[in-house]
Design a protein around this ligand. Sequence first.
Ligand code: AAT
Length: 290
Amino acid sequence: MEYGFVPNRHLWYFEYYTPGNCGIFMKMNRHLYSAQSKYQRIDIFETDFFGRVFSLDGITMTTEKDDFFYHEMLVHVPMFMHPNPKKVLVIGGGDGGSVREVLKHKSVEKVIMCEIDEMVVEAAKKYLPVTASKLDDPRVELVFEDGSKFVRNFKNEFDVIIIDSTDPTAGEGGHLFTEDFYKACYDALTENGTFSAESEDWLYDGAWMRLAYSRIKKVFPVTKLYLGFMPSYPSGMWAYTFGSKGLDPLKDFDSERVKGFEEELKYYNEEIHRAAFALPTFLKKELEKL
Ligand code: AAT
């Protein structure tokens, strides 16, 4: 893309956080890709500070600098909670970061990624090599469909299901925040099945965080919200919801399994796993009411 503008001087990216009063801005040195798909506007640009940044409808999905904060927390909590994950379903996650993390587990034989927007995957493969590094792995099957429909094709099939979705108010993300959808995920899971879903942030999107948590709680016998830092997402304090058919993320956590992953993981470790479920008092009180 050619501009008469001076890189890092005239090119800026602004993300407005809900409901539009605050946000984040970044200096851009190159705008690599911009397209309108059937579902959303896709942009990938380069910054000196965050590396390459991927945004949908002006909302940051991934930056090369901190994608591991988010993808490791979303993926390794349910993956380490399952005794022997072989078959995994990722819904959304078109940049490939979640699939990359899933494949760090040697037990995995197959991972299906169901992403609604094929253009996201094409762009990620071309412009986000760090994040999309494992999308061509032979264990990966890519499906381009609405995940809320796709998951209904399965019963008792997956050991782990990971919901790496856009915000519920953006694009087609809303389908991945309904109680019906969570129930379909429950049905598609095997007996020891574990589940995680990105659940927004307390400060700017608290209503959605509470809604996601309370809907998941209606479906999964064990439901726990957990937190992780995520510097480039709104408020930096990101919420995830863990669900399972019985396994408790603290009592049943076998930290021995994390040993040997020190070289592979940059954020998640045994202490972080436990600490992530410790919630501040205001949040504990809020969740108790749901
Ligand atoms: N790992 C990158 C972070 C994301 S990307 C979320 C992906 O979910 C997008 O590529 C989007 O196209 C896809 N998606 C949205 N709706 C559906 C659907 N119904 N079925 C399948 N895929 C879908 C998430 C970032 C979190 C937001 C931070 N504010």
